[in-house]
Design a protein around this ligand. Structure first.
Ligand code: NAD
Length: 477
């Protein structure tokens, strides 16, 4: 169903599309297949609603966000279960994501009240400067399938807290999660037109409407760098503001003084999170030559123990990949690396036995002796493959880690403070975990440099993306 102007409705054509469970291949639901025309109607509704919504006090807007937060927490178990069925990640990971998603509602319920302006002293005695912040207007939002709940709240919460109204187009693989998130907002009593949902199996025409429609002031996108660049180009042609959260190619550096067991535990958790389908997933594991043996031994032991399967089953740590295309991409990277001399330590194949037969499962994989001539050294994998690359000194590893167009997340394991600071400062990545694999929070700025995007989500920076700065120069003659 589409949600436009406060009403659940069919698409104008009456067409629908199906959502599948990637673990079983089963159909789990059918939703309205929205068109360009539907997107236009949703934008009209958001435009109409903007005047009223932006005129509410910050305290009033905040109260809706608090209520939506409470509802998401009450529905945590159901939302998590749906996420596992529709997206595939293990139930525990889904519960964590619902919490992370809800955190944005709570944090921006509070931040809504702190959109301060400023006064600036003038050089003229008879003049005053006052600066205020105002919402940008109608926001068009596009989100991916890999974090199908938190990517939505990470955009909608700051946008509506700022006083903007929103039209969301979620990923075609996870429309049911988007519908359930909307129900929390709707049951919180949010007025009609403030948030609108257009599910579709055909994203391109909706993207076109978002870019071309003069009523849209801002486009916020999370997804691949290729689509992000395409949309940003279109938005620039119409002078729309953009936030772009794009791909990553995170280095994970295990220094010569690191605790190899701690580092191996860290990387095994973060690399295989969401089966490697995370933008902050480590994609190149640089290990100091002196650490190679103890690190690899512990790491491989942990990977061998991982349980692949349906995320609803107890003890499963690795769910399916999103689709056949993802399986092929991962398989090709592994094949290319092995052909060029990498050593396959564990995994390396699609799993098709027993209950895994109908899903898109790939074995957790470790490759040793990966070199710069291999595809996996340069391409985002988005799958459960961990390539280990030996290095010799800090300058050498910094150069290798920065040898990418991406600049989202990076990780460093070291027990030397000076080295930690040097690497933190030298890495051309916008998020750096130091002996830490989860440097993310609703309270902290998340985003990328270079081809990983423009803008930040979360924290104080996240709401600035939805605000205009307005200067008033007052003559007091
Ligand atoms: P994708 O770019 O194919 O799809 C993302 C979204 O864009 C989906 O909603 C899709 O329907 C939509 N889309 C695709 N083509 C479009 C078009 N022409 N016009 C309008 N919308 C269009 O990406 P994906 O492969 O599904 O998602 C994975 C990518 O997302 C990875 O590269 C990953 O690193 C990135 N990602 C980044 C972050 C971050 O915060 N930086 C978070 C999660 C995922």
């Amino acid at each position: 169903m589409l949600y436009i102007n406060g009403e659940w409705q069919e698409s104008k054509t009456g067409e629908t599309f199906v959502s599948f469970n990637p673990a079983t291949g089963e159909k789990i639901g059918e939703v309205a297949d929205g068109t360009k025309e539907d997107a236009k109607r949703a934008i009209d509704a958001a435009y109409e609603a903007f005047t009223h919504w932006s005129s509410l006090t910050a305290y009033e807007r905040s109260s809706y966000l608090y209520k939506a937060y409470e509802l998401m927490m009450e529905r945590k178990e159901e939302l998590a279960k749906l996420m596992t069925i529709e997206q595939g990640k293990p139930l525990k990971a889904s519960l964590n994501e619902v919490q992370y998603g809800a955190d944005f509602l709570l944090w921006y319920a509070e931040e809504a009240k702190r959109l301060y302006g400023q006064t600036i002293p003038s050089a003229r005695k008879d003049q005053r400067f006052i600066v205020i912040q105002q919402p940008v207007g109608v926001v068009a939002a596009i989100t991916p399938w890999n974090y199908p709940i938190s990517m939505i709240t990470r955009k909608i919460a700051p946008a509506i807290a700022a006083g903007c109204t929103v039209v969301l187009k979620p990923a075609e693989q996870t429309p049911l999660c988007a519908i359930e998130v909307f129900k929390a907002f709707i049951d919180a009593g949010i007025p009609k037109g403030v948030i609108n949902l257009v599910t579709t199996s055909q994203p391109a025409p909706i993207g076109e409407e978002f870019i071309e429609n003069p009523k849209v002031q801002k486009l916020t996108f999370t997804g691949s760098t290729a689509v992000g660049k395409f949309l940003a180009k279109g938005a620039a042609g119409n002078m729309k503001r953009v936030s772009m959260e794009l791909g990553g190619h995170a280095p994970f550096i295990v220094c010569e003084d690191a605790d190899p067991v701690h580092a191996a535990k860290g990387v095994s958790l973060v690399k295989f999170l969401n089966s490697g389908q995370a933008c902050i997933s480590p994609n190149r594991i640089f290990v100091h030559r002196n650490m190679l043996e103890p690190f690899t031994e512990t790491f491989v032991k942990r990977v061998e123990k991982m349980k692949v399967g349906n995320g609803l089953n107890e003890g499963v740590t690795i769910g399916p990949l999103v689709d056949e295309q993802a399986i092929n991409k991962v398989f090709n990277q592994v094949k290319d690396a092995v052909q060029k001399g990498a050593e396959l330590v564990v995994g390396g194949e699609r799993l098709t036995f027993g209950e895994l037969e109908k899903g898109t499962f790939f074995a957790p994989t470790v490759l040793k002796n990966v070199t710069s001539n291999m595809l996996i050294y340069h391409e985002e994998t988005f799958g459960p493959v961990a390539p280990i690359i030996p290095y010799d000194d800090d300058d050498n590893v910094l150069e290798m880690a920065n040898d990418t167009n991406y600049g989202l997340a990076a990780y460093v394991y070291t027990n030397d403070v000076a080295r930690a600071i040097k690497l933190f400062e030298g890495l051309r990545f916008a998020i750096v975990g130091i002996n830490d694999i989860n440097p993310t929070s609703a309270a902290a700025p998340f985003g990328g440099m270079k081809d990983s995007g423009i803008g930040r989500e979360g924290g104080h920076e996240g709401i600035q993306e939805y605000l205009e700065t307005k200067l008033g120069g007052f003559s007091v003659k």
